[in-house]
Design a protein. Structure first.
Length: 311
């Protein structure tokens, strides 16, 4: 789905990070450092996409734990949330997406099957059966944070300030045109002999720049750096990770996402009880087999009951 995500990412100007399996700690460090260095005090939101299977369900949690550890270990004041948007169980049911068998060595298969049924669903199944729906879901998630009018307003202000600077520069250039032209002509004629003339030209340019700075207000570009959207953001109500949560609250959110709530605890206790019962049955069966073998050995020994050949 990279072609779709790249197209949407370019449209909205967002960073895309792709990973096979769990995202690395190095990538998380780069994300945090880049965010601290470039974003200032602006919030950071990570929208996470993964397959609907045991691995795809666990990797958003793994990424969140790494980011959480970095923030807490370095005591960073960061407003960061990680929000899984694709794929989840409800989406698979609503879109009637097909299931594929889990890998034979998937150790979480039993628990997964008990909770969600057999098999998992690949991310590209949504696009294959419902073309355009993946783009719509991602776009809808991004629209929560994107002000479509902001870019136009910013460009309008930028062009206005650029035009003001160009007018001042053209005015200064006109005043110095007569001083520059003889030197330019001499430079063209003498070429390699004109080093001293080029130096004079550079001095004239330096004077021009000084005059531009003198006639330009210090804050002419300030509005560009202070430009902010006035649109009120409607945040996700329950992100998987939120840097504003305390440790225990965040741990409980991970457990809820992974289905490790009270119902999961009941299933785990039932599973352990069934396993213990099976072990006891196996142990009892092994003891019975051992007793039968001992009886068989006794009956075959010389002098045992019923042995007519015994002396």
């Amino acid at each position: 789905m990279r072609d779709i995500l790249d197209d949407v990412g370019r449209q909205y100007g967002v960073t895309r990070v792709y990973s096979l399996g769990e995202i690395s700690l190095v990538a998380c460090v780069k994300l945090i450092l880049d965010r601290v260095e470039r974003n200032g005090d602006r919030p950071t939101r990570i929208l996470y996409l993964s397959d609907f299977d045991p691995a795809g369900r666990s990797i958003p949690v793994a990424a969140a734990r790494k980011v959480e550890w970095l923030i807490r270990a370095h005591d960073l004041d960061i407003d960061l949330q990680l929000i899984p948007i694709l794929l989840d169980h409800d989406q698979c049911v609503n879109y009637e997406l097909p299931r594929t068998p889990l890998k034979a060595d998937e150790g979480r298969a039993d628990e997964w099957t008990l909770r969600f049924g057999e098999g998992g669903t690949e991310l590209d199944a949504l696009e294959a059966l419902h073309p355009g729906e993946l783009r719509r879901i991602v776009t809808e998630a991004l629209d929560r944070y994107h002000d479509h009018d902001l870019q136009g307003s910013w460009d309008e202000l930028l062009n206005e300030r650029r035009s003001a600077l160009e007018l001042i520069a053209d005015e200064i250039a006109g005043e110095y045109a007569s001083a520059l032209e003889p030197h330019r002509a001499e430079c063209r004629r003498l070429a390699w002999e004109a080093n001293h003339l080029r130096e004079e030209v550079r001095m004239v340019y330096a004077k021009m720049l000084a005059d531009i700075n003198e006639r330009t207000d210090d804050d002419i570009l300030a509005p560009l750096f202070e430009f902010r959207s006035e649109r009120e953001i409607v945040e996700h109500q329950d992100p998987l990770f939120d840097s504003a949560r305390d440790y225990l609250e965040q741990i409980n959110r991970y457990k809820l996402f992974q289905g490790r709530d009270e119902a999961w605890a009941v299933r785990q206790r039932a599973k352990r009880a069934l396993h213990a019962k099976k072990k006891r049955a196996e142990k009892k069966g092994n003891a019975a087999c051992a007793a039968e073998s001992a009886v068989a050995r006794d009956s075959s020994m010389p002098g045992s009951r019923g042995d007519e050949a015994a002396p």
